[in-house]
Write a protein that binds this ligand. Structure first.
Ligand SMILES: *[C@@H]1O[C@H](CO)[C@@H](O)[C@H](O)[C@H]1NC(C)=O
Ligand SMILES: *[C@@H]1O[C@H](CO)[C@@H](O)[C@H](O)[C@H]1NC(C)=O
Ligand SMILES: *[C@@H]1O[C@H](CO)[C@@H](O)[C@H](O)[C@H]1NC(C)=O
Ligand SMILES: *[C@@H]1O[C@H](CO)[C@@H](O)[C@H](O)[C@H]1NC(C)=O
Ligand SMILES: *[C@@H]1O[C@H](CO)[C@@H](O)[C@H](O)[C@H]1NC(C)=O
Ligand SMILES: *[C@@H]1O[C@H](CO)[C@@H](O)[C@H](O)[C@H]1NC(C)=O
Ligand SMILES: *[C@@H]1O[C@H](CO)[C@@H](O)[C@H](O)[C@H]1NC(C)=O
Length: 570
C-alpha cells in the first residue's frame, strides 16, 4: 500500500498536517504548514477520498486475535471506566454513519469551480454533532456518570483520559496506536488565538468577511456561517481571519497525533479519521468544546417567543391534546425497553481496493430496543386554514447528575431529536400514530443487509443517518425517566418550495441529520427549533424571568405537549 494512500487514511481530518506530496509523518504538520499551505493538493479533495482513500468502515475492526471478532466490551477493558460506553462508541454503524455524514457534507469538492452547495451545511454540522453529544450524555447519566466536560484548549493543557482503540485496518494491517493519558496540547497557540477571535466576534455579534464586510450574526444564517468556519470548509467566509483548517479539524489533528511528548508527532490516531474517531472518549470532550462555541452564539440570539419573531412558537387554533408511547410488547404506556442481543454477522470486504473476497466475522452484543408507537392527538379549530402540520419529537433526560429536575435553560441542550414528520390535519381531532421504526432520524441500513449492498463512497448519502438500533437511549435497570416533548407547527410555512420528499427506498437518508441530496433542508426553521435558543421570558410578580421548566413551557404553548417516559434496560 502506497505511502500516499496510507497517509490519506489518517489525514482526512488533519488539514493542519503536511500538505506536501511527500508525507513525512515524523514531523509536526504545523511546522510544514506555512510553506505548503496552498494550493491544496488533489488528495485533500473529498471527491477523491471517496474513490481512493479511506477504507470502508467494514474494513476496520478490533484486533482481538480471535477468529470471530468480539464486539462486546471485552476488547477495551483496559480503558478504565469509560469502557462502560463501548456499545455506543464502538458500534460499527455509529462510526460508519459518521464518515458517511462527512462524505455527504464534504469540506470541498473537486469540480472545476470547487463549489460546495449543500444547503445549510454549516448549520447541519452543528446540529448533527449536538445530537450526538446529547445522546452520549443521556448514556452517561443513565450509568451515574457526569455529562461530558469540554477539554481545556490552551497551550500545555493536559488531556487526561487516554484510549487504546485495539483497532486495525483489515487491508493494511495498520494498527491504530493507543493515545497515552495525560498528554499536553503542544504548539497550538495559533489555534487558541483563532478560538479567541471567533469568541470575540461572536460576542460582538459580527463576523468579518473576506472583503472586509461585517456580517451580522443575529440572523438565521449566522449559525451556518459559524459552522462553515469552525469546520474546515471551502465555504469559510474569510479564510485569512478564520483559517481554512477550522478549529474543529485542527483539534482532531492535534489530538490524533498526540503520541510522543518529545516532538515526534506521528499522525496516526483514531481521532484523525472520521470512520474511527467516535471510538475515542476524547471525541466527545473535543466536540463539547466545539459545541460550546455554537451555544455561545445561540445564547445571544433573541429567544424563540410565543408571538414575536420570524418563527413564533404559538400556532393559534392548533393544540396537542395528548401524547403517549406504547411498545408492542408492553402492557403499560410510556414504559419502553432496551436490551442487548447476541448475534454473529459475516461481512464481506467488498469495498476492498485489492478486490479480495475475504469476510470478517463479528460476534457482537448489540444494543436494541422494543419498537414502539407514538400516539399523538391533535385538535384543529375551524379558523385554521393549513392542512399540514410538522410534528417535531424530542427527548431529554429529566434529571441531572444529582437527581434534580433540569431547568429548561439547561435542558434545552440535552434534547435530542427522535423524529420529525409532516401529517395531514383534519378539522377537530386528528389521531397520529407513528411507528418508531419510521423515524426520519434512522439510517436505512442494518449490518445484516450491508452484506448485499453496502453504502459506498460513491453514494455516501445512503449511509447517512443514526443507527436504528440506537434510536432509543439505553436507560437503566431501575428505569430512567425521560421527558418526551412534541410540538406541532404549520408545515405550509415550514416546508421549502419545490421540495421532493420521495427518496429511493434503498437510499433513504436521515432527513433530520443529513438533509436530502441536492435539495433544500426539508424544514426552514432553525435546526433544533424550538430548543435552538434560550427559553423566553415570562412576566410574573416580582419581574420577568425565564420559563422555569418544561411543564411551564408546555402550559404556555398549547401546540406543544410533554410526557414522562421510563426506559428500562434488561
Ligand atoms: C460552475 O459554475 C458555473 C457558473 O456558476 C455553473 O453553471 C456550473 O454548473 C458550475 N459547475 C459545477 C460542476 O458546479
Ligand atoms: C513547537 O514550535 C516551535 C517553534 O515554532 C518548535 O521549535 C518546536 O519544535 C515545536 N514543538 C513541537 C513539539 O513540535
Ligand atoms: C520517532 O518516530 C520514528 C519513526 O516512527 C521512530 O523511529 C523514533 O524512535 C521515534 N522517536 C521517539 C523519540 O519516539
Ligand atoms: C450473550 O453471550 C454472552 C457470552 O458471550 C452470554 O454470557 C450472554 O448470556 C448472552 N446473552 C444472551 C441474551 O443470550
Ligand atoms: C472475488 O469474487 C469475484 C466474484 O465472485 C470473482 O470474480 C473474483 O475473482 C474473486 N476474487 C478473488 C481475489 O478471489
Ligand atoms: C413497527 O413497524 C415494524 C415494521 O413495519 C413492525 O414490525 C413492528 O411491529 C411495528 N411496531 C409497532 C409497535 O407497531
Ligand atoms: C391514543 O390516545 C388517545 C388519548 O389518550 C386514546 O383515546 C386512544 O385510544 C389512543 N389510540 C391508540 C391507537 O392507542
Amino acid at each position: 500500500m502506497g505511502l500516499i494512500i496510507k497517509a490519506l487514511i489518517f489525514l482526512i481530518f488533519c488539514t493542519t498536517c503536511t500538505f506536501s506530496d511527500k508525507i513525512d509523518s515524523t514531523k509536526d504538520g504545523l511546522q510544514q504548514e506555512e510553506a505548503t499551505r496552498r494550493p491544496l493538493p488533489w488528495w485533500l479533495m473529498m471527491d477523491r477520498y471517496k474513490t481512493i482513500g479511506i477504507p470502508n468502515p467494514t474494513q476496520l475492526f478490533p484486533n482481538s486475535g480471535k477468529a470471530c471478532i468480539p464486539i462486546d466490551g471485552t476488547v477495551g477493558e483496559d480503558n478504565g471506566q469509560e469502557n462502560a460506553f463501548w456499545y455506543f462508541r464502538e458500534d460499527l454503524l455509529v462510526n460508519a454513519q459518521h464518515i458517511f455524514w462527512h462524505l455527504t457534507h464534504p469540506i470541498m469538492l473537486d469540480n472545476p469551480n470547487g463549489t460546495l452547495t449543500n444547503d445549510r451545511r454549516g448549520e447541519l454540522f452543528y446540529y448533527f454533532h449536538r445530537n450526538v453529544l446529547a445522546r452520549y450524555d443521556a448514556e452517561r447519566l443513565a450509568k451515574g456518570f457526569n455529562r461530558v466536560v469540554a477539554l481545556r484548549y490552551e497551550e500545555g493543557a493536559i488531556v487526561g483520559q487516554g484510549y487504546d482503540p485495539h483497532f486495525q485496518e483489515g487491508t493494511t494491517e495498520f494498527t491504530y496506536p493507543p493515545r497515552p493519558s495525560n498528554m499536553p496540547f503542544i504548539n497550538i497557540t495559533r489555534f487558541t488565538r483563532l478560538w479567541q477571535t471567533v469568541y470575540a466576534d461572536i460576542n460582538n455579534r459580527m463576523l468579518i468577511a473576506r472583503d472586509g464586510r461585517f456580517v451580522a450574526l443575529d440572523d438565521l444564517k449566522g449559525i451556518d456561517y459559524l459552522g462553515e468556519l469552525i469546520e474546515a470548509s471551502i465555504n469559510n467566509i474569510n479564510e485569512d481571519r478564520y483559517s481554512f483548517e477550522g478549529i474543529h479539524n485542527a483539534g482532531h489533528g492535534h489530538i490524533g497525533s498526540m503520541f510522543n511528548e518529545g516532538g515526534n508527532f506521528t499522525a496516526r490516531g483514531v481521532m484523525l479519521n472520521p470512520s474511527t474517531s467516535m471510538r475515542d472518549p476524547v471525541f466527545y470532550q473535543w466536540h463539547k468544546l466545539v459545541d460550546d462555541i455554537f451555544y455561545r452564539h445561540h445564547s445571544y440570539m433573541a429567544p424563540n417567543h410565543p408571538t414575536v419573531g420570524q418563527f413564533p412558537l404559538l400556532w393559534q387554533g392548533v393544540s396537542v391534546e395528548s401524547i403517549s408511547v406504547r411498545a408492542a410488547s408492553s402492557e403499560s404506556p410510556n414504559l419502553l425497553q432496551t436490551f442487548f442481543k447476541n448475534l454473529t454477522i459475516s461481512i464481506p470486504i467488498k469495498q476492498d481496493i485489492f478486490m479480495s473476497n475475504e469476510t470478517i466475522e463479528y460476534c457482537m452484543k448489540r444494543l436494541e430496543y422494543d419498537e414502539f408507537t407514538y400516539n399523538i392527538t391533535i385538535e384543529k379549530q375551524p379558523s385554521v386554514n393549513s392542512e399540514k402540520a410538522t410534528v417535531r419529537v424530542f427527548m431529554a433526560p429529566r434529571f441531572n447528575e444529582v437527581g434534580q429536575r433540569f431547568s429548561l435553560d439547561e435542558q434545552t441542550r440535552q434534547f435530542f431529536a427522535m423524529d420529525s414528520f409532516v401529517v395531514h390535519l383534519n378539522y377537530g381531532k386528528t389521531v397520529v400514530t407513528r411507528n418508531s421504526s419510521s423515524s426520519n432520524l434512522n439510517l436505512n441500513w442494518k449490518l445484516e443487509n450491508w452484506m448485499d449492498s453496502p453504502p459506498s463512497y460513491e453514494q455516501p448519502e445512503c449511509g447517512c443517518g443514526w443507527p436504528s438500533n440506537l434510536l432509543l437511549p439505553t436507560g437503566n435497570a431501575q428505569g430512567m425517566v425521560f421527558d418526551l416533548f412534541v410540538m406541532v407547527t404549520n408545515a405550509e410555512i415550514d416546508t421549502p418550495e419545490n421540495l421532493n420528499l420521495m427518496q429511493e427506498p434503498q437510499c433513504k437518508m436521515s432527513t433530520i441529520l443529513c438533509g436530502i441530496k441536492d435539495q433544500k433542508y426539508p424544514d426552514i426553521r432553525p435546526m433544533g427549533y424550538p430548543f435552538d435558543t434560550k427559553p423566553f421570558q415570562v412576566s410574573v410578580p416580582g419581574g420577568p424571568r425565564m420559563v422555569a421548566n418544561l411543564e411551564e413551557y408546555v402550559s404556555l404553548l398549547p401546540n406543544t405537549k410533554a410526557t414522562q417516559v421510563t426506559i428500562r434496560h434488561s
